[in-house]
Design a binder for this molecule. Structure first.
Ligand SMILES: NC(=O)C1=CN([C@@H]2O[C@H](COP(=O)(O)OP(=O)(O)OC[C@H]3O[C@@H](n4cnc5c(N)ncnc54)[C@H](OP(=O)(O)O)[C@@H]3O)[C@@H](O)[C@H]2O)C=CC1
Ligand SMILES: O=C(O)C1=N[C@H](C(=O)O)C[C@H](O)C1
Length: 267
């Protein structure tokens, strides 16, 4: 039985993951934490997952987690996840990180910490989006440079980072298919007299509003026709189930930094 703890257990993703862990075979919830001062700290986890009291209390930090833990599933923030990965590298549980907003130096640091433990870090844990990464790469290659690539992402009003980690990964996939790096060709803002669209640009636009769980559209616009590919998440369940699947997988792997393409064998 895999013993899992959830970082940010009171959050939108953390709470759903904790609920799914209660139903899942082969893995069990043995702890969860929020930062010190969060109202959930010291409460029974059933206040988050529902059901009868379990005697398991929400901790105030990674270090205060009770008992042995095989894997920590972390959907918090990039800063918090990096600090938790540092703690995991010392204490040795594996990690699954879904937080987005990692800068390139933060990713480098994560890669170096993951030399000590196996860690899955992925901006999107749904099967559909991970297949979309492959499809976008292939469409970009097949359509060639005559088709302009634009990515539009829409999320709920509470999301803190922009563009979404998924939109950035989609843009990276398109850039890679053209043998370019996103830093060279990405266009993240348009306003004013900006002139004609630069050849080879990859546009990424962000919309925020209401309770939209997550939508990503990749537009391939040519002269006289266009293709649009859209992924819509109906709920957070596919992300949460993907994270639990990744947790069961990662505990069987040697140290290293992995993503969902590895977990889903899409590489
Ligand atoms: N990879 C994927 O498939 C998906 C990734 N995400 C990403 O997951 C992250 C979380 O999203 P979401 O659940 O909507 O956000 P929420 O704000 O609802 O949840 C985050 C939780 O983490 C807590 N937290 C923040 N810092 C710490 C810390 N240092 N230690 C412990 N807990 C902490 C927050 O507490 P507090 O409220 O006090 O800040 C909150 O309870 C985002 O980066 C989002 O982009 C989301 C969905 C899918
Ligand atoms: O914050 C969210 O909600 C989501 N974040 C992820 C991202 O930034 O790509 C994935 C998903 O779209 C939901």
């Amino acid at each position: 039985m895999v013993r899992a703890a959830v970082a940010g257990i009171g959050g939108r993703m953390g709470s759903r993951i904790a609920q799914i862990l209660k139903e899942e075979d082969g893995i069990q919830l043995v702890g969860g934490f929020e930062r010190a001062g969060h109202p959930a700290v010291g409460q029974d986890v059933s206040s988050i997952t529902g059901g009868a009291p379990t005697g398991l209390l929400v901790s105030g930090s990674f270090q205060e987690l009770p008992g042995p833990v095989d894997v920590v599933i972390d959907f918090t923030t990039a800063d918090a996840s990096l600090a938790n990965l540092q703690a995991a590298a010392e204490r040795k549980p594996a990690m699954v990180i879904g937080s987005t907003g990692f800068t390139p130096p933060m990713l480098e640091k994560a890669r170096s910490l993951a030399r000590s433990i196996p860690c899955v870090l992925a901006p999107n844990m749904s099967v559909g989006v991970n297949v979309l990464f492959k499809v976008v790469e292939e469409l970009t290659r097949l359509l060639g440079p005559a088709y302009d690539v634009e990515i539009v992402e829409t999320h709920h009003r509470f999301k803190k980072d922009a563009p979404s980690g998924t939109a950035l990964r989609l843009a990276e996939a398109a850039a890679a298919a053209r043998g370019r790096r996103l830093e060279e060709v990405g266009v993240f803002e348009r306003h004013g007299l900006i002139g004609e669209r630069p050849e080879g640009a990859i546009g990424v636009q962000t919309l925020r509003g209401g309770d939209v769980v997550g939508e990503h559209t990749v537009l391939f616009a040519g002269m006289g026709e266009r293709i649009e590919v859209t992924h819509r998440a109906h709920s957070r369940d596919n992300f949460a189930r993907g994270a639990v699947h990744a947790a069961k997988w990662v505990v069987t792997q040697p140290p290293g930094l992995y993503d969902m393409q590895d977990v889903l064998k899409l590489r």
